[in-house]
Design a protein around this ligand. Sequence first.
Ligand SMILES: Cc1ncc(COP(=O)(O)O)c(C=O)c1O
Length: 421
Amino acid sequence: MERQEALALRKDYFMPCVQHFYKDPPLFVRGDMQYLYDEQGKKYLDFFAGVSVMNCGHSNPFITERVVAQLGKLQHLTNVYLTEPVLRLAGRLAQVMPGELSNSFFCNSGSEANEGALLLARIVTGKRKFIALKTGLHGRTYLTMAVTGIPMWRADPFLPDDFYFANNAEDVIAFLEKDRDIAAFICEPLQGNGGIRPVPPDFFRTIAGPLKAHGALLIADEVQSGFARTGKMFAVEHYGVVPDIMTMSKALGNGIPIAAFASSRETALQFTRPSASTLGGNPVSASAALAVLDYIEKEELCARAGELGAYLRSCLESLAANFPVIKEVRGKGLMLGMELAPDAGSAGSTAAETAAGSTATRSAEAAALTDHILEELKERGIILGKNGLDRNVLAFQPPLVINRGDIDFLAGNLETILRRL
Ligand SMILES: Cc1ncc(COP(=O)(O)O)c(C=O)c1O
């Protein structure tokens, strides 16, 4: 297929809400670990991993072999029947999840996992409402969109307006004290779409007591940050707390759709009314997930993400020291963000001028600059992500199988582009 034909099909037959990166988007036809190839044979270094999904690399032979073997053996029944891979997966997850988290419900997407987690919280607490962070994203279904704070991802015009959005731990505590009908606080320990924002070091410890005192649960959304990405299996482990419910998807299947929400046995035992997911954790997706967990362990990807993440961070921080347009570098492991602010370093601009300048214009400039850098990197054979409320954060979330040479290639090209701005 030619690129033009692909674009025409997309324009004619997709819903327009599905937008693409790039003015001239490559038509990707092949992946090989950290590399991608387009229809013209051009090679790209992938630094976004399909939004933090391909942690083990594209078409990883170790995983592909196991998936293909399972496809040839038994593809699907559903979870009302006994099949081996999903049961092994449940046991295996119990070993790698923090604390007492042990019982899982398998489904197909991050949205679905979060929807299930919110449902479980309502069932367990008998309460209805939720608190979430203002800059969080949790999904596309009704409840998960309702707890998504980022305005651009709230497409439904009829979302409930009595849920609470917090900026910080103090807000969470204030909402708990104000309203006795809070079932849970849901949050990403390291926000992805919100602009690669880790919660502050003492955040979870500060809210743990008040959540417990008010009978509300903590739901950690690890959909984007899970499975070795941040240098630990799950980002919440950086904070020394165990959530009541944890959700996961994306990298769990390394591109094969699978998701889960999990809790302690004690919490899980309260979810007794029937619930089922037709495709959730079917033999093929469960086999993929088992292979992912084996590969993460075998290749020590947590340690690798930690070490390479520290190296990438040092490269990005030295760029930040030289280019005032870079406002901040943040994140953990190989989940790093670089916030851009075109006027952050503009010489001679007074506070009054800054205040007078339109926030909307500055946001648009920051977004345009981010897009420009993404386009330039793409021309040079590098695929990078972007996110943030103003779409002004470069997102560095490569497959965890990259090497130092790949990081040098990215950093060198980024420096050249920044120099030419
Ligand atoms: C933190 C987080 N939660 C939930 C979701 C929704 O996942 P899905 O697109 O698989 O429904 C996403 C998607 O990007 C996410 O980043």
